[in-house]
Design a protein around this ligand. Structure first.
Ligand code: KIV
Ligand code: ZN
Length: 388
């Protein structure tokens, strides 16, 4: 079983979600919860971006002891100096320098030749190594970079001392097969790669960020970058809770684990949602309100008989109290009776039939039937007093 390291960028790429702006206090709350969750690295911000970002990274680095704190930095000396200013008192620190490598970015954004990109990348890594033992280099837009050239860049930054090399799918363009191929080629052809952590970083523009991440893991990536709830620039980043639970649930396929405390996932997700103001959709995998809710009568009956009929993850595994049987027009007698028992009612068969009929009538009028509706519905015709 391999252990995959988790690099959380909720406070950096996640904070790049349009409309999200976290205060120092809010960032600290999230960072402390990420430490509790057990992430290996926390990218706390981009020190050169603003004095506020620098201060947040500094404070987080002072308080968090069990995760490495990271600052993003462009491949320029002044950014690296700021990152050091922010991180010099951290228990464990990492510099994350990046430079775009793809032809589109080289031509239109950087106006640099291939040689100039390599020269700048190597200079940045070497300069960073003066301060930091742990330097990560990201080939921005790596998935759209010519593979032979990408390998040259990676070889150069590894030779310069980068200990983590990240291949971002910056624009969410790649596919699992293509992305996996890049990692296999790097593993096979770059000298010294076995001593370097290979990292993946996927965006969700085509809804494939988690699938691409898992493909990279299968192809030898040892670090995964992503965010809680999948928030981030544009369509967001790979959702870390989805990656972690895919690895945990399908150990048979991936043969890999993380060091995350999985039962802290629900709490982390709720905190990030509350503080960023980004609502988690009800149908979101793992942390959505409906992820462990069963509405169809056939499903409810199955789950009441044997939970594994329709549940591949126990809600407690990720920190939710229990699953939910949502009562609605598709619910059957089994779930209805179970709800009555939970509410403290023991009805005779005839009373039960009568109540079930009235429940179905109500369902035609109301999409969601609440506990109070059930109490009102039973109480109006029954002499039973619930025991609570
Ligand atoms: O998506 C991206 O390319 C990034 C880099 C800065 C790592 O976020
Ligand atoms: Zn990104």
């Amino acid at each position: 079983m391999r252990t995959i390291e988790i690099f959380d960028t909720t406070l950096r790429d996640g904070e790049q979600s349009p409309g999200v702006n976290l205060s120092l206090h809010e960032k600290m709350e999230i960072a402390l919860q990420l430490e509790r969750l057990g992430v290996n690295r926390i990218e706390a911000g981009f020190a050169a971006a603003s004095p506020g970002d620098l201060q947040s990274i500094q404070e987080i680095a002072r308080r968090v002891k069990n995760s490495t704190i990271v600052s993003l930095s462009r491949s320029v000396q002044s950014d690296i100096d700021k990152a050091w200013e922010a991180l010099k008192n951290a228990e464990s620190a990492c510099l994350h320098v990046f430079l775009a490598t793809s032809p589109i970015h080289r031509k239109h954004k950087l106006a640099m030749t291939k040689e100039q990109v390599i020269e700048n990348a190597v200079a940045a890594v070497k300069y960073g190594k003066k301060y930091f033992d742990l330097v990560e280099f990201s080939c921005e837009d790596g998935s759209r970079t010519e593979l032979p050239y990408l390998m040259e860049v990676v070889q150069a930054v590894v030779d310069a001392g980068a200990r983590i090399v990240n291949i971002p799918d910056t624009v969410g363009y790649t596919t699992p097969k293509e992305y996996g191929h890049i990692f296999r080629e790097l593993r096979e052809h770059v000298r010294g790669i076995e001593d370097v952590k290979l990292s993946c970083h996927c965006h969700d523009d085509l809804g494939m960020a988690v699938a691409n991440t898992l493909a990279a893991i299968e192809a030898g990536a040892t670090q995964v970058e992503g965010t809680i709830n999948g928030i981030g620039e544009r369509a967001g980043n790979a959702s870390l809770e989805e990656v972690a639970m895919a690895l945990d649930t399908r150990k048979d396929v991936y043969q890999a684990q993380t060091r995350l405390k999985l039962d802290e996932i629900a709490r982390t997700s709720k905190l990030v949602s509350r503080l960023t103001g980004m609502m988690v959709p009800g149908n979101k995998a793992i942390v959505g309100a409906n992820a462990f809710a069963h509405e169809s009568g056939i499903h409810q009956d199955g789950v009441l008989k044997e939970v594994t009929t329709y549940e591949i993850i126990r809600p407690e595994r990720v920190g939710f109290k229990s699953n939910k049987l949502v009562l609605g027009k598709l619910s059957g007698r089994h779930a209805f009776k179970d709800k009555l028992t939970e509410l403290g009612y023991q009805l005779e068969q005839e009373e039960l039939n009568d109540a079930f009929k009235r429940f179905k009538d109500l369902c035609d009028k109301k999409k969601k039937v609440t506990d109070d509706d059930i109490i009102a519905l039973v109480g109006s015709k029954s002499n039973d007093i619930p025991e609570r």
